[in-house]
Design a protein around this ligand. Structure first.
Ligand code: OFO
Length: 167
């Protein structure tokens, strides 16, 4: 018998869809920024795109390990007609707040179902969302402080794996 319940398996498949949509959203942001010569910011969101894929893989691996079944649900097209950099950083922060809510819903569901196996996985995502919100709100603040998006771009760097954008 599978360690994962059908209900929790369905919820994780929905979360995989959220993570893949996040990846798609950040990929669109990345290329909008690159098209408009904000190359460092474009790279920042490209790294974020890859992080979101890694989040989806983490849920998929858990489903397989616990005897469940991975479903890849359809993705909507993300917004790509951004007005400016400010709109992007604000949307990214809002999106991360939305994802934090989804992770919290999974925690609540696991408790309701008395499903304890995913505790470590969910704790990892709770901590990850603290970082995700911190790094995306930091970009919102830095964009405001610079008053000049080219300068903001020039001073924003991110290496793969780090969540900060400092110079
Ligand atoms: Fe997967 O954390 Fe961002 O969306």
């Amino acid at each position: 018998m599978a360690l994962i319940s059908e209900k929790f398996n369905d919820a994780l498949n929905a979360q995989i869809q959220e993570e893949l949509y996040s990846a798609y959203l950040y990929l669109g942001m990345s290329y909008w920024l690159k098209e408009h010569n904000y190359n460092n910011l474009g790279e920042w969101y490209f790294i974020q795109y890859n992080e979101e894929l890694a989040h989806a893989y983490k849920f998929m691996d858990y489903i397989v390990e616990t005897g469940g079944s991975v479903k890849l649900l359809a993705l909507d097209s993300p917004k790509i007609d951004w007005k400016n950099v400010e709109e992007i950083v604000n949307a990214a922060y809002g999106h991360e707040q939305h994802i934090t809510g989804k992770i919290n819903d999974l925690v609540i569901l696991a408790e309701e179902l008395k499903e304890f196996a995913p505790r470590e996985l969910l704790q990892w995502f709770i901590s990850e969302q603290i970082e995700e919100e911190a790094s995306s709100s930091e970009l919102v603040n830095r964009q405001k402080e610079f008053h000049n998006d080219m300068l903001f771009d020039h001073h924003t760097h991110r290496v793969s794996g780090s969540t900060t954008s400092e110079e």
